[in-house]
Design a protein around this ligand. Structure first.
Ligand code: SF4
Length: 492
């Protein structure tokens, strides 16, 4: 196994990953975004050196597919010539409107930079696994709530100004809150947390930390001087939270509490978290029009997260022509064009729609996860994108927000590792249907791959017939049961 073939690794520019359609590189510009001209240059490089497929991932990284070892080197050299500095090290991610959104609670970029520097100074990058990540979320119109991370620092308003809620191991709804503190303390706790993870080995994540370790992280900063930070470790630095005050604020009143009403860990265990007090809006789709004061931003989605490079080049050209100054990559498989007038947003949206991009957050394609599949990926047993397009057209009403459908070329399930209500997966028997499971599960029924969308249309027709008023598609499917759904899929 060479450096190009280690699965699960982050395929940065210098270490591409082997996939079914050749090598894949993933890159994140240091500046968060790039100019339209640079995106055009990257698209042309992808056409020259890869198979011309470009992707934006669910976490907002740009991927170029279909490279060879030699062409990956040439691509890396061209990225250098274009002057695009790409991030390496532990990902410390900020939102796509960071620093330019008048609605954000705080610009997260300075704190993110300090966390990055502290991680480097502590020498943690080589000791942490490639999927360990930190999110620094300033709030606003596009939060990072849906992204899971090992450490989350989320801005909150308090009577004493902006503070950062530190939580670990999850998305905004599932992460375990530790403390709400100022920026210095948030950075220190973040680095102390990652140090504990590093002590457990390169496969470890914050979910592997013990309750005792989390308790020490939640409480230590209220009395530990900064100088002891490098010594905190599972074996040497575990401390019991002090009896005196913790730096957790009563956000409802906007004042520091005189006593901690419930420990953050107990709060999580009993289902209560600090989240209710965080003044955060629900996660919003990055697709659509965003008012940024004097200028506007337009979010455009890539259907199923990928497009051929040529339409992307054309879209960037039109964006540049209309005055876009920067294009940022957004979690949720989207691109944000910044610096536009309101009328330019409308014109660019029309262009994007005509080129096949997703221009509405309610587009049924946003409810489907589909990997490149056959023929783009050599491991693919079904034409995932064609099946997904057909389902989005024929069975759109099945795809309400309660339901995610996954179309996977094989059991690896690259596009959506977690369970979905319905998963179509290709194998030697055709297109299998998994109900409420992952692509790795045993399918409950099969159809020929070319005919898979018709099986889903059968399920959609049954949901249309059987659905009670106000019932979601997911709830209706649960009533129909896995065996009934598999039978509908097989016989339509
Ligand atoms: S899940 Fe899709 S992209 Fe991943 S290896 Fe299988 S066919 Fe290829």
């Amino acid at each position: 196994m060479n450096a190009f073939s280690r699965r699960g690794a982050c395929p940065a520019l210098s270490a591409p990953m082997q996939t079914g359609d050749g090598l894949l590189v993933r890159l994140n510009p240091v500046a968060g975004g790039i100019s339209p001209k640079l995106l055009i240059g990257l698209g042309e490089s992808a056409l020259r050196h890869g198979n011309g497929i470009m992707e934006v991932t669910a976490r907002g990284s740009l991927q170029i597919r279909g490279l060879t070892a030699e062409s990956a080197r040439l691509l890396a050299a061209e990225v250098d010539v274009l002057g695009i500095a790409v991030r390496s090290g532990v990902p410390v991610e900020t939102g796509p409107l960071a620093g330019i959104d008048p609605e954000e609670i705080a610009d997260p970029r300075p704190l993110a930079e300090r966390v990055r520097m502290a991680i480097e100074e502590a020498g943690l990058t080589p000791r942490l696994g490639p999927k360990v990540s930190v999110v620094v979320d300033g709030g606003g119109q596009l939060t990072m709530d849906a992204l899971t991370a090992d450490v989350r620092l989320s801005a909150v308003r308090t009577g004493e100004g902006v503070r950062w809620c530190v939580s670990v191991a999850g998305d905004a709804h599932g992460a375990t809150p530790l403390a709400t503190v100022d920026a210095d303390a948030a950075r220190d706790i973040a680095v102390a947390t990652l140090r504990m993870v590093a002590e457990k080995g390169r496969e470890a994540h914050t979910r592997d930390l013990s309750a005792r370790q989390l308790a020490s992280l939640a409480g230590w900063h209220s009395f530990a001087p900064l100088s002891v930070l490098p010594d905190i470790s599972p074996s040497r630095g575990e401390v019991i939270p002090p009896a005196r005050l913790s730096p957790i604020f009563s956000l409802a009143r906007g004042e520091p509490t005189r006593e901690l009403p419930i420990s953050p860990l107990e709060g999580e265990m009993s289902g209560r978290t600090e989240r209710g007090a965080q003044e955060r809006q629900p996660t919003k789709s990055p697709i659509g029009h965003f008012d940024l004061g004097e200028r506007h931003a337009l979010g455009i989605g890539l259907p199923f997260g990928s497009v051929p490079a040529q339409p992307l080049i054309e879209l960037a050209r039109q964006g540049s022509h209309l005055g876009a100054t920067e294009i940022r990559l957004a979690p949720g498989r989207a691109l944000l064009f910044l610096g536009l007038s309101s009328s330019a947003c409308d014109t660019l949206r029309d262009t994007a729609a005509s080129l096949g991009f997703v221009t509405s957050p309610t587009d049924p394609r946003t409810r489907i996860a589909a990997c490149p599949g056959a023929p783009a990926c050599a491991s693919g047993r079904i034409a995932t994108r064609a099946i997904a397009e057909e389902i989005a057209t024929e069975s759109a009403d099945l795809l309400d927000p309660s339901l995610t459908l996954h179309v996977s070329g094989c059991a690896k399930g690259c596009a959506h590792p977690g369970p979905s209500a319905l998963t179509l997966v290709g194998d030697e028997n055709g297109a299998g249907l998994v109900v409420d499971g992952t692509a790795k599960a045993l399918p409950a029924g099969y159809r020929p791959g070319y005919d898979a969308a018709r099986g889903v249309a059968g399920i959609a027709a049954a949901v249309r017939r059987e659905r009670h008023q106000g019932e979601t598609a997911a709830a209706c499917l649960a009533r129909l049961g896995a065996a009934g759904i598999a039978e509908l899929y097989r016989r339509n």
